[in-house]
Design a binder for this molecule. Structure first.
Ligand code: FAD
Length: 455
């Protein structure tokens, strides 16, 4: 009997233990992705979950995956939501779960009772899993986009230290290191006949170059160009290029940069769609240190990957609490904005459009809209400005990042926003970045602001 492999945020064949398990346990396997229904889903703040940059980058990753599957004698099928919904077996028509309804429909029509996929921990994905189980389908899941295996950690998930420094110290004292990444399968099981599910399933079809938003030459992550596209091939090419150069030797000193492609690792977009795994990055870092030497800068790449790991674990520990206004705090945030207020709505729109009148902030917001990427330094600044200066709900800002960022990652995004808003895990209880001082420190000649036309 056939099984299904459902690709979620793991759009890769390398270091994919759950895919390997599916290959070992089945003679016939149907690899699928769910068609992008999310793009039409609008958040309570009035914008879609996936903007054009995010959709385009993710599409490149899916196309790369399809090519890699074809080379191995398989291919990628796309679950088409609109068709499947019309005669869905489930009576759930919540748009949030429509994609999974369609997936269940396909499985039932084809007599598939087992779906393999990566384990994800945000409330939305947990709901998807519950829906599949309720339909009587067995889910075989592996948590495989983490740096560290949870069973290697010296604490249970529900005891994850909330403060980053405490977490890092415990992990380092216990000498927990990532496991070695796994190779991609050399071949895949046979594809099943999809006759029974023809109206709900189609072979993945490339959307082609014309679907790409135009390249902005100023982009710090020019994903429209080789070798920056979302595919796993380009992810691995970038990994080899970055760690084969001496850039990591100066990472700590350059990571607060804001212009160009080389000031930080630029690995987050590929990590976000899963065309690379953090264990592959760690292996490349160790290899680099053996060839070029270890210093504080190379250590800092590990340090930053631990931030990502910490936010993933916090999502597992706190789940939906990271989506409410009070976050993890006992007290509500000092600012209590009401976005039905027209003035507040106008402030949000000005922030999004890069028209607040604060040139440093506006430059960052224009870069984000034009390219889908923003440096960590500018993310901190624009987030702080929304919370502390514009006095708006931090979740509206987080939702805009979800729409705009090609590296949107629910745990890192929600965790960083809550941290800056003072309702997360910042031991100082939130922080305001003074934009004028930040501009003096990080853009003393106004180069960045001139670049984005705000000075
Ligand atoms: P590098 O500086 O090269 O860091 C290497 C890797 O370490 C990154 O790829 C990332 O995986 C991890 N990392 C670095 N800084 C952080 C951090 N503060 N938190 C978590 N992981 C980190 N990162 C995302 O991947 N997705 C998001 O949706 C996201 N939203 C953010 C929202 C706000 C308000 C802020 C302040 C930060 C956010 N970050 C997010 C974290 C960080 O800004 C990006 O990971 C980083 O800028 C990506 O560029 P890079 O890969 O060159 O990072």
């Amino acid at each position: 009997m056939a099984a299904m492999y459902w690709f979620r945020r793991d759009l890769r064949l390398h270091d994919n233990p759950c895919l390997l398990k599916a290959c070992q346990e089945n003679d016939v396997l149907l690899p699928v992705v769910i068609e992008d229904w999310h793009s039409n889903s609008t958040t309570r703040w009035g914008y879609t979950r996936k903007g054009t940059h995010r959709l385009a980058f993710e599409t490149q990753a899916i196309e790369g995956l399809d090519r890699s599957l074809k080379v191995r004698g398989s291919g990628l099928y796309q679950v088409a939501v609109s068709n499947a919904l019309s005669d869905a077996v489930s009576d759930l028509h919540d748009p949030i779960t429509a994609g999974v309804d369609a997936l269940i429909d396909v499985a039932k029509r084809m007599g598939i009772t087992r779906i393999y996929c990566e384990a994800l921990f945000a409330p939305h994905e947990q709901r998807e899993d519950a829906q599949i189980k309720k339909a009587g389908i067995t889910l075989v899941k592996i948590d495989q986009s983490a740096l560290l295996r949870t069973s290697d950690l010296p604490f249970a998930i529900e005891k994850t230290p909330s403060i980053f420094t405490d977490f890092r110290k415990v992990v380092e004292a216990a000498d927990v290191v990532p496991r070695a990444p796994l190779a991609a399968p050399t071949s895949l099981p046979t594809l099943p006949s999809i006759e029974a599910a023809l109206s709900a399933l189609r072979l993945y079809k490339s959307r082609g170059e014309e679907a790409l938003p135009k390249l902005d030459e100023r982009s710090a992550f020019p994903y429209q160009c080789t070798p920056w596209t979302g595919s796993q091939a380009h992810a691995l090419e970038h990994l080899a290029r970055y760690f084969g150069s001496d850039l990591p030797q100066t990472y700590k000193g350059t990571r607060n940069g804001m212009m160009g492609t080389d000031y930080s690792t630029k690995l987050s977009p590929w990590l976000a769609v899963g065309s690379i795994s953090p264990r592959q990055i760690y292996a490349a870092l160790v290899d680099h240190e053996q060839r070029f030497g270890t210093n504080d800068d190379t250590y800092w790449i590990w340090f930053e990957l631990l931030w990502r790991e910490h936010f993933r674990l916090l999502m597992q520990r706190y789940g939906s609490r990271l989506f409410v206004r009070n976050g993890l705090a006992k007290q509500p945030p000092l600012v209590n904005p009401n976005l039905t207020d027209k003035k507040a709505q106008a402030r949000l729109e000005h922030w999004i459009a890069g028209k607040t009148g604060q040139p440093f902030i506006d430059a960052g917001m224009r870069e984000l809209a034009a390219t889908g990427y923003l440096s960590n330094r500018m993310r901190q600044n624009v987030a702080s400005y929304l919370v502390n200066d514009l006095e708006l709900d931090w979740r509206a800002g987080a939702a805009w990042f979800e729409h705009a960022l090609i590296d949107f990652d629910v745990s890192s995004n929600q965790g960083n926003w809550a941290y800056i808003a003072g309702v997360g895990t910042d031991p100082r209880g939130g922080r305001r970045f003074n934009p004028a001082k930040q501009a003096r420190d990080y853009d003393p000649e106004n180069t960045y602001q001139k670049y984005w036309g705000t000075a």
